[in-house]
Each structure stands twice: as C-alpha cells, then as structure tokens.
Design a protein around this ligand. Structure first.
Ligand SMILES: Nc1ncnc2c1ncn2[C@@H]1O[C@H](COP(=O)(O)OP(=O)(O)O)[C@@H](O)[C@H]1O
Ligand SMILES: [Mg+2]
Length: 430
C-alpha cells in the first residue's frame, strides 16, 4: 500500500501516486510531493501541479458505508448552511477511501499564525486574530441557531464526530470498554513524570488530583468512566443536533488576510454533519485553540525549556505544580469564544428546553477527552511524543477540565461561570 511505501521510500511512493492520480482524474500530474506534518498524523496528502495550477491532494480513509459519505459529502453540508469551507475540485472513491483534490492554498493556517503570536509582541496582529475568531463564532452561532432540531438516538449515532470521542474509548471490534486509544495509551501502563517519578496505572487512575494547590473532584479513571457512559452516541441526542464542522481546531482553519479585517475559513470537514450533538459541536476547537497552547500538546519537545512542572504522589493524591498557563492571546480567544458562541448558545438551548441539567459535565468531558485521546500524554510505558514535563502539564490541564476545584476557582471554572445561562447557580451539580 502507498501509505506504507511513503514511510519507507518516499520517492517510489510519489512515483506510484503520480500514476494513480493521473489515471483517476485524467489530469497531467507534475511535481507531486508527499507532505509530512505534525497535525495530520494519519492522512496521506501532498501537492502537485497540473496545467499551470497548483493542487493539494489527500487520501481519506473511510470504513464501510462511510466511504460514500466522506469528506466530499460533509463539505457540502457546511457549504449549504452558509459556513465558510473549502470544497474539493475533484473527488474519487477507491475501496475504503476517498481521494480528494483541492485548489492549493497559500494562506497560513490559523494555528500557525497563533503559534507565532503566542510569543510575539504584536498587539495589532493579536487584535485582528481575535476579531476574526469573534466573527467566525458569530457565524457559527447563527448557523447553530438556524439548524438546531431534535435528533433521535439513531441520528446521533450516525454522526462521525463520535469517532473523535466515544470510539476512542472502546474496542472498535467488540465495543468493549476500556478499549481503543484510552486502553492503548493509559490503562495498565506505567507513567513517567518529572524527577524520575514513576506511577502505575492503578496509582494514577485513582489518585485525587491537586493542581497548583487546588483539589479536584474527579480522578483520572472516574472521568474516563463517566465519559464512556455520558458520551454514548445515543445519550448525546438529548440536546438536539446542529450543522457543524465538529473538528475545527485551528489546524483545520485558514487565516485569510483582508484589507480592513481578516477572515477564517474551514477545511478538512471529515467529521462534519447536520445532526451533530449540539453541546459537542464546538468542544474540540474550544480545547485545542486555547488550552493546548502554548506548546505543550503539539510541541512537547521544547516545552521543558520554557516551563517547569513537578509532581508528587502522596496519600493517594496526585499533586502537580506548574507555571504553565495559556498565553494572553489564548485567554483573549477563550473570551471571544465564550461571549460570541458559548454564552448565547447555552441561553438559546435553555430557552428551547434543550439544555440538559448536566451540560457543564458534557462540555467538561469533551474538553478532557480532546487532549487525552488525540495524543498519548503518557511519557512512560509506550510513550510516543510526550516527555515527563509535557505529560505533567497535560495531566494538569486535562484533570482541571474534568471537574471543578472543590474550593476556589481556576481558568476553566471561570470560563464555565462566564457562560452559565442566567438563573443557574454558579456551582456544578455533583
Ligand atoms: N488546499 C490546501 N492547500 C495547501 N495546503 C493544504 C490544503 N489543504 C490542506 N493542506 C495542508 O495539509 C494539511 C493536512 O490536511 P487536512 O485536510 O487537514 O488533512 P488531515 O485529515 O490529515 O488533518 C493541512 O494542515 C494543511 O497544512
Ligand atoms: Mg486536518
């Protein structure tokens, strides 16, 4: 298969792809190049030219019936709802996958722009970026309000967004829990933390988190067990469905520079749908565009030069202290998302009688699962890209998303308090 060959002998794979794309699309294919990229861990993609135009191609793996309803179909759903999204110029279906061809873009991804701005002193660029985020969220809110409708458990189940959450907690064949990435990354594994501390899964799974002096309600295993139960696709039908991208982290968003303002545009809508459970639609972007940065999630190898983290395990407590926190830019993006999307959205759901009582838990579970299931945060047994410092920061961030501090407040509880619909008490139902 070309994927395997690409890892082994990239020139040979490029030669085979040139022939394949030429046959599939009846286009002359020149200067084909395969890309390797830290945000797209699974897809085979790259660039080519044809008759003086530049293109981007990607192979999108799909299973079973999904093959007919892949990214092409999903881009169309978003475009129909009026959301800004790239649509392919050519598409072809092969057994088990779609091959998509897009016009090649030269805009930066929003993730790349923000990555630069995290450590730059450029208030003008920051203000433009935050304004673009606010505008996008106004648009997302309008589309969500327009498209909100009751969905059946079966409609929820049919949405691909569950592949980002629930399906990563279970065995794909048998449905057994624990399974999937959850089991592969964490269950039964040894964890390696700063200062050479090693903890078994049994120890870390049940430990009470204490992060920067605040004690939290839920242990690591408790939140995964709750997630498995509450994120059953059928159970998420209770808040209705909307048209949404679902995986709009900023490495799936273009930053288009304009003269008076800049504008954001989606791409890579493989998990989009028209019945996306309404509390899940913006969870992943909320986590990845704010709490994953600066650096710790995607650039773990340089994190220990800039931030410190220490961990102790005492009396069944997992005590993590770190000086890591989101940059002022990320906090401004969170405020924009809270004011332009979450607060009015929750108020709208409530006014329609579609806001479940445990909405805060539903959103918290999604924030927690976003980093823990996208990458292996364990730096010990079976470690992938993470090291003891980034692992400790990651666990601190994920566990503070998982539940409120028992006393006091943190950035995430402040976020929830800022979006809570009027008339709700400012503490979480237990
Ligand atoms: N139209 C395009 N023009 C140029 N580069 C692109 C284009 N579409 C995607 N890319 C680049 O390829 C990367 C992977 O594409 P994406 O569609 O996000 O696939 P994946 O499913 O791997 O996330 C993107 O992060 C971006 O850098
Ligand atoms: Mg992508």
């Amino acid at each position: 298969m070309i994927r395997a060959l690409a890892l082994d002998d990239i020139k040979a794979a490029e030669g085979q792809l040139t022939t394949l794309l030429n046959e599939l699309f009846s286009l002359p294919i020149e200067a084909l190049r395969i890309n390797l990229d830290k945000y797209s861990l699974n897809s085979l993609n790259g660039f080519f030219s044809s008759e003086g135009k530049d293109y981007f191609f990607k192979f999108h793996q799909e299973e079973g019936e999904e093959a007919m309803r892949g990214e092409y179909y999903r881009a169309d759903i978003l475009a129909h709802a009026g959301l800004p999204v790239d649509q392919p110029v050519h598409m072809s279906t092969l057994p088990g996958e779609q091959v998509l061809v897009y016009a090649r873009r030269s805009d930066p991804r929003f993730s790349d722009l923000l990555y630069e701005l995290d450590f730059a002193d450029d208030p003008v660029a920051v203000a433009r970026a935050v304004e673009a985020e606010a505008d996008l969220n106004d648009h997302l809110l309008a589309v969500a309000i327009n498209s909100l409708h009751p969905i059946t458990p079966a409609q929820s189940r049919a949405e691909p967004i569950h592949r980002l959450f629930h399906e990563r907690l279970i065995d794909p064949e048998t449905g057994a829990f624990p399974g999937g990435r959850y089991k592969r990354f964490y269950v039964g594994k040894r964890f390696l933390l700063p200062g050479g501390l090693t903890l078994t899964w049994e120890e870390i799974a049940h430990a009470r988190p204490v992060i920067n002096g605040l004690a939290y309600q839920r242990s690591l295993e408790e939140i995964f067990v709750l997630a498995h139960q509450r994120y059953q696709p059928e159970a998420l039908a209770d808040a209705g469905g909307v048209v949404a991208h679902g995986d709009a982290h900023n490495a799936n968003v273009w930053y288009e520079r304009g003269s008076d303002k800049d504008r954001l545009c989606f791409f890579d809508p493989a998990f989009a749908g028209s019945d996306v459970p309404s509390l899940l639609a913006e969870v992943k972007p909320t986590f990845h565009n704010v709490f994953a940065h600066p650096l710790w999630l995607y650039s773990a190898s340089i994190v220990s030069e800039r931030y410190a983290a220490s961990v102790r395990y005492e009396d069944g407590k997992l005590i993590i202290d770190t000086d890591w926190q989101p940059s002022s830019l990320r906090k401004a993006l969170l405020k924009a998302k809270a004011e332009h999307f979450w607060k009015p959205w929750l108020r709208h759901l409530k006014s329609k009688g579609m806001l479940p009582d445990d909405w805060e838990d539903v959103v918290r579970i999604g924030l927690f699962l976003s980093p823990t299931l996208v990458m292996n945060l364990n730096a010990g047994e079976g470690a992938d890209l993470h090291n003891p410092v980034s692992s400790a920061i990651g666990l601190a961030v994920a566990l503070s998303a998982a539940s409120r501090p028992l006393e006091g407040s943190d950035l995430i509880s402040d976020f929830f308090d800022s979006i809570r619909p009027d008339g709700e008490p400012s503490w979480q139902r237990r």
